[in-house]
Design a protein around this ligand. Structure first.
Ligand SMILES: Cc1cc2nc3c(=O)[nH]c(=O)nc-3n(C[C@H](O)[C@H](O)[C@H](O)COP(=O)(O)O)c2cc1C
Length: 159
């Protein structure tokens, strides 16, 4: 099953998780980059109020890809805005969309609900692989924890 791991990361923890996931899955990695990053207050404000953050040009074509694993941090209870912009712009109709959040340990259901709404028109097969709490964890710990969503994905898809 051809898989692409797509991630957004502001401070690097989600990148570590995404690259570990991609290695386990033998998947291509695509990075979402904001046109302009902002500070902590700006991120929280934009997330809470759903203010669009444009993303830099990237490959949004998933022709021939079966599933996309999206890794995104949670900001103020919602998926980080650049990941939301990606979901609006990407051509992911008919694909499996598996979501992994990185977080500080807060609620994940509002963030998942936000993703459900964003892709409601896209006929994606949405699945949630869980959240990895990143606080005070080094790269080795994050990479080890990235094995659990891979296990979940493989068992869901009968691999
Ligand atoms: C502006 C901001 C808001 C955040 N809000 C939440 C939140 O509501 N719930 C939560 O569990 N973690 C929250 N976090 C923690 C991040 O989701 C977590 O640190 C994540 O791993 C950061 O990913 P990164 O290192 O790839 O940027 C927030 C972090 C930032 C910077």
């Amino acid at each position: 099953m051809k898989t692409v791991v797509v991630y957004y990361s502001r401070f690097g923890t989600t990148r570590t998780i995404a690259t570990a996931l991609a290695e386990e899955l033998g998947a291509e990695v695509r990075k979402i980059q904001a046109v302009r990053e902002c500070g902590f207050m700006g991120m929280g404000f934009r997330s809470a109020f759903g203010i669009r953050m444009p993303i830099q040009p990237m490959n949004l074509d998933f022709t021939g890809v079966d599933r996309i694993v999206l890794c995104a941090p949670i900001w103020a209870g919602k998926p980080a805005n650049p990941a939301r912009t990606f979901l609006q712009e990407a051509k992911i109709e008919g694909k499996v969309l598996a979501v992994v959040f990185s977080s500080g340990g807060g609620e994940t259901s509002p963030a998942l609900e936000a993703i459900r709404k964003l892709v409601a028109e896209k006929r994606v097969d949405l699945t949630f692989l869980g959240a990895i709490v990143t606080r005070k964890k080094d790269e080795a710990q994050l990479r080890a924890e990235a094995k659990e969503p891979v296990r979940k994905l493989k068992s869901q898809q009968g691999e």
